[in-house]
Design a protein around this ligand. Structure first.
Ligand SMILES: [Zn+2]
Length: 226
């Protein structure tokens, strides 16, 4: 009763269009959800995301949630970061993606979620890692645990290599280190990131996680630019 009155005075607002939402929908109204440009990937072992990583790293399953479209619903959602905060929007995106994908069995066999880390200095400056909030949203729907303690990103050494070729710069800036990984032995890890473009960061992150004995990797990103 109290909650109903509260909702009447402070209606929940859709993060994408700003209209009031009734009922328990994850911060995005039904019509905005329908307007998301779903990639609707059915085959998780052979699709454009997987093809991007061919010859670089093997993922058991890989998918992305929506296509990034200029002025599309995803972009509107990302704009609302400013007003809603990165945490709320990140968690909402993770929940929407998980709700859309869970019926396909994508999460079957996954043991743990790992958001792709950013380096500590950057996180301190920004105060957040977007991928972490997306993973929280995925965790809310799937009840899978999140591991934040097994891998870290090294400091960016770009200044030393600025004079070198871009390719080199990219490689050097994508250095990850494993920390305490004992509880990940033999586990199926789902790597989580906001967007996949060239895939070089994800490749570096995945290759270092593959050093853990018996580990299997899958990948989920919110959007893809292919
Ligand atoms: Zn809406």
């Amino acid at each position: 009763m109290l909650k109903a009155i509260f909702n009447l005075i402070y209606p929940k607002i859709c993060y994408a269009c700003g209209e009031a939402i009734s009922g328990k929908i994850n911060n995005v109204c039904v019509s905005c959800r329908a307007n998301l440009a779903f990639l609707d990937i059915k085959d998780f072992t052979n699709n454009p995301i997987q093809q991007l990583f061919w010859g670089r790293v093997t993922f058991e399953k890989a998918t992305a949630f929506v296509k990034f479209e200029k002025n599309g619903t995803l972009q509107k959602l990302l704009h609302s970061l400013k007003y809603r905060g990165v945490k709320d929007v990140g968690v909402t995106l993770g929940e929407l993606a998980a709700l859309e994908i869970e019926g396909s069995g994508f999460f079957n066999g996954i043991d743990v979620l790992i958001p792709v880390p950013i380096h500590a200095k950057k996180q301190k400056k920004r105060g957040y890692n977007k991928s972490h909030y997306i993973a929280e949203g995925v965790g809310n729907i799937t009840t899978l645990p999140i591991n934040l303690t097994s891998i870290k990103k090294e400091l960016n050494t770009a200044s030393q290599t600025r004079k070198k070729r871009f390719e080199r710069f990219e490689n050097v800036s994508n250095t990850f280190t494993l920390l305490n990984t004992g509880d990940l032995t033999g586990k199926h890890i789902l790597l989580i990131d906001d967007v996949v473009t060239t895939g070089s960061t994800l490749e570096a992150c995945a290759n270092i996680l593959k050093e853990i004995e018996g580990v299997k990797l899958s990948l989920l990103t919110i959007s893809a630019t292919y």
